[in-house]
Design a protein around this ligand. Structure first.
Ligand code: SF4
Length: 363
């Protein structure tokens, strides 16, 4: 059995480490690029959202490279995500890309017992015991959280760095070393070293950087190719930012914190009181929270064709005026005009900088 999965940010680092630990063969799709998107677009329904097209490209590349089993998360959510698993399988089958499929639906949809059964079937070719598998999964969760903790530090401090790009370099180095580790224990040691390294980057606390919240559709937030490597650009520009939606957050809310999540979803916020698919309700709430936490602005990211985030966008455009929070919405599509996105982001950050200066010094 050779397992594969579509790219979803740094998930490939974690999955390939567990595969090494379990002696299970895995095929990591080539990192996302324009060719992947073009390949996926060719076989996808024209009006489906962008993440689907990238995933088609990922899985075709992996099956070409010898994968015979596809594992991916699924959901019966109100948006198109509910169709992803079945539709992907059908498109790949029709075009001669056959594989065994393991769909990991949310606990609320299939129950914890069925989820565990499906989860276990991913590793059925392993040469290790069930207890060792459980330990590896527990340990990899810590690795994911540790990478995200490192990223949080970078996002929080890059605006104060003497040279913000130092943070970006260290983050890339660290992820590459974690990916190439021979075991989860080695990955943890690498991470410990990088946490120390990051604390030594020279800072200038006299700076008063712009602080923004990144919110929006989950795939656009987690997969750097889908947002044109926006986080790297913000780091280079010396903009501090925070991002709630990460793989660790998704694991917490989908698996371990399911009931807490259900309570959060039911909580009314006065602007969008019901879950309408994706994380649109969270997006609206993050804009409100950004105001209470004194952020300078919010950047909402969504891929072309994303239904829930378009609804959130229309609510936010009125709401942001009411609460006095600046919001920039960026819709990413397969036309990929990086310069166009960058001009808008630079103009938005520039406006926030001037506004901040005006509030502080009156000019
Ligand atoms: S949240 Fe948006 S982009 Fe993601 S699957 Fe749903 S419709 Fe598509």
């Amino acid at each position: 059995m050779k397992i594969t999965f579509p790219h979803f940010g740094d998930a490939y680092i974690a999955i390939s480490l567990v595969c090494k630990e379990m002696d299970v063969e895995c095929v990591v799709p080539p990192l996302n690029n324009i060719a992947t998107l073009e390949r996926g677009t060719k076989y996808s329904p024209e009006d489906i959202c962008l993440p689907f097209k990238v995933m088609v490209g990922n899985l075709m590349n992996s099956i070409d490279n010898g994968a015979d089993t596809v594992a991916m998360v699924s959901s019966d959510g109100q948006c198109r995500l509910g169709e992803y698993g079945e539709l992907l399988k059908s498109i790949l089958d029709k075009n001669g890309y056959h594989a065994r499929w393991i769909l990991l639906d949310a606990v609320g949809d299939i129950g914890i017992k069925e989820l565990l059964k499906r989860g276990e079937s991913i590793w059925e070719g392993r040469k290790k015991s069930g207890l060792e598998l459980l330990k590896a999964l527990k340990d990899i969760y810590k690795v994911i959280k540790s990478i995200e903790h490192l990223e949080e530090k970078v996002h929080e401090l890059c605006g104060y760095a003497v040279n913000p790009s130092d943070f970006k370099r260290i983050l890339y180095d660290c992820k590459s070393k974690v990916f190439n580790s021979k075991s989860i224990a080695e990955a943890n040691t690498v991470l410990e070293n990088y946490h120390k390294k990051i604390n030594k980057i020279p800072l200038n606390r006299e700076k008063n950087p712009v602080k923004v919240v990144l919110t929006g559709e989950i795939y656009s937030l987690i997969e750097p190719f889908a947002n044109q490597y926006l986080e790297d650009k913000l780091i280079d520009m010396g903009v501090c930012f925070s991002k709630k939606i990460t793989i660790g957050w998704w694991l917490d809310t989908t698996i371990t914190g399911h009931f807490k999540r259900m309570r959060e979803i039911k909580r009314k916020n006065g602007y969008l009181n019901y879950a309408i698919g994706g994380y649109a309700k969270d997006t609206v709430e993050e804009v409100i929270e950004a105001k209470t936490k004194d952020y300078d602005g919010v950047i909402q990211l969504l891929p072309l064709g994303c239904m829930p985030e378009i609804v959130a966008k229309s609510i936010i455009s009125e709401m942001s005026k009411e609460i006095g929070m600046k919001v920039l919405t960026i819709v990413f599509d397969e036309m990929n005009g990086e310069a166009g996105y960058m001009t808008r982001i630079e103009a938005f950050i520039d406006m926030l900088q001037r506004r901040k200066q005006y509030v502080l010094y009156g000019h």
